[in-house]
Design a protein around this ligand. Structure first.
Ligand code: BG6
Length: 485
């Protein structure tokens, strides 16, 4: 781990679901791995009054919440050390008098040896409060980079359509420079996604095949076997297309299809991602929306809701390289299994040997399995050992978890926090990138019709299958036969 500047991580909305579920968990992990800079302070802000001890208790409870993040035990000595960095100040984000208080709070911490001249502001709060936060920071000159650096981490979604995304990007630039703004989509922080770039561009043998001459089509699936849980208030307004389609799914597609960057730098990599996103062609007639049965009975959901909990769409990339290569994308909740992957399905050569034998015409498929059994695998045909010639599909595999040199797989939030500390924006969204995503999604979102109901535990409504079947293709059943965990 390179030496990193110390700084204050100022979390607006420390009691939010987001902070509790992700940030607090990775901060503990980073403390355990001793990768937090020495004089770094963690400053939590929320409305409720909490004494320093209450705040530590809140952190402690969050680390012990069931089904959140930690699979391994929390070490009390690590937690005690972490407590020395924890500070809390209560305040209303819309109250201008809060910001001078925050300023003197940080000056107090600086006097106690913490490094508050460098600051990361993390917005784990509602978008309608952003403006008050920015104004408050500016009026107290807390957005200025005097004697240190200031960076802002802001979560997806950036806006709810192209217009609002542009407005938010414009607003951000009133208070911060683009190189201070870290727009976060945690999929960009996934090790498995970042490795797609290494796989494609640090090996010479695969890339020549990634084009229309060899690829029949591309399938992308992000399926979850669980529902919306307690997030009804948020989800019912947003729906699957905007919750994950506009961001995570498009990023997956961008990594799998972007051209090679000229170098491994923020500008070069981001430019390539943007280029692909701008070349995507929305097809409002090629989208199917679904809603799982029982969704309307979920907490904080409108009992007559038209929100989509599933979508599937067909698109293509308007460039020479992928001309006429169809791309099918599907995502949703309460589906048959939890799995996220990109499958590149190759064409079969006309003269393929033994194509008339059983399985002989199965295509080769390159699978980027993002989760749960992370890996990169190539589906190939092999001869079944024996005295007659029979073929069967098998997997050539690179697996993270069963690799004998298995490495620690950092959580995406850890990745992105460290990148922010280092000042590296490669795996954050640029303003133009988010706008390209919305430009693709907007026409699809306006094509929204009443979602078709589907049974929980299936792959969504039948019409979703028909969308791909009409083209003489079908969804691949995500296999668990490789990278078994
Ligand atoms: C979030 C969405 O951005 O991503 C959730 O709001 C979704 O609805 C989650 O479940 C998926 O992330 P991951 O990392 O669990 O695949």
């Amino acid at each position: 781990m390179p030496d990193m500047d110390s700084f204050a991580l100022v979390i607006f909305g420390i009691t939010s679901n987001l902070a509790q579920k992700y940030l607090i968990q990775v901060l503990y992990d980073m403390a355990e791995r001793e990768i937090l800079p020495k004089e770094m302070a963690i400053i939590g802000i929320a409305r409720r009054q909490m004494s320093p001890q209450d705040f530590q208790n809140y952190f402690h409870e969050s680390l012990h919440l069931e089904n959140i993040h930690h699979k391994h035990p929390i070490k009390e000595d690590v937690f005690k050390k972490l407590c020395k960095r924890l500070h809390y100040i209560s305040g209303e984000f819309s109250d201008p008098s809060f910001y001078p208080r925050l300023k003197s709070f940080m000056s107090g911490l600086t006097k106690r040896g913490f490094h508050c001249n460098n600051r990361v502001y993390y917005l784990a709060t509602y978008p309608d409060l952003y403006k008050s936060v920015f104004e408050g920071l500016r009026n107290s000159k807390l957005n200025r980079q005097n004697g240190g650096w200031v960076r802002l981490m802001i979560e997806k979604p950036i806006g709810h359509d192209l217009k609002s995304a542009k407005a938010l990007n414009k607003l951000l630039l009133k208070y911060f420079n683009e190189d201070q703004i870290y727009r976060l989509d945690h999929y960009l922080g996934k090790e498995t996604l970042q490795n797609i770039l290494t796989f494609r561009f640090s090996n010479g043998i695969f890339e020549p095949l990634i084009n229309k001459d060899y690829i029949d089509h591309i399938q992308i699936t992000a399926a979850e076997d669980f529902g919306i849980g307690a997030r009804g208030g948020y989800y019912d307004v947003v729906g699957a297309l905007k919750d994950v389609g506009q961001n995570h799914l498009l990023q997956m597609l961008a990594f799998a299809t972007m051209d090679a960057p000229s170098e491994f730098s923020n500008e070069a990599v981001t430019t390539r991602r943007i280029k692909i996103l701008q070349s995507l062609v929305p097809q409002p007639k090629k989208i199917v929306f679904g809603q799982y049965k029982g969704y309307e009975q979920e907490k904080n959901v409108n009992p007559h809701s038209d929100t989509n909990t599933f979508f599937t769409l067909k698109t293509y990339i308007n460039n020479e390289r992928f001309k006429d290569v169809p791309i099918y994308i599907r995502a949703g909740k309460k589906l048959k299994q939890t799995v996220t992957e990109i499958s590149i399905v190759f064409k079969n050569p006309i003269n393929r040997l033994l194509k008339n034998l059983g399985s002989g015409d199965e295509p080769n498929v390159l699978i980027y399995r993002i989760q749960p059994n992370e890996g990169i695998v190539l589906k190939i045909l092999t001869k079944v050992p024996g005295h007659s010639v029979k073929l069967e599909p098998e997997y050539m595999q690179f697996c993270y978890k069963i690799n004998p040199h298995a490495h620690y797989l950092p959580d995406p939030y850890e990745h992105l926090l460290i990148d922010t500390m280092k000042g590296d924006q490669t795996f954050f969204n640029a303003a133009e990138e988010v706008e390209a995503q919305w430009a693709f999604i907007d026409p699809l979102a306006s094509a929204r019709s009443k979602p078709l109901l589907y049974e929980p535990g299936t792959w969504g409504p039948k019409e979703a299958d028909k969308l791909i079947q009409k083209d003489g293709r079908q969804w691949l059943e995500p296999s668990m036969d490789f990278c078994r965990i």
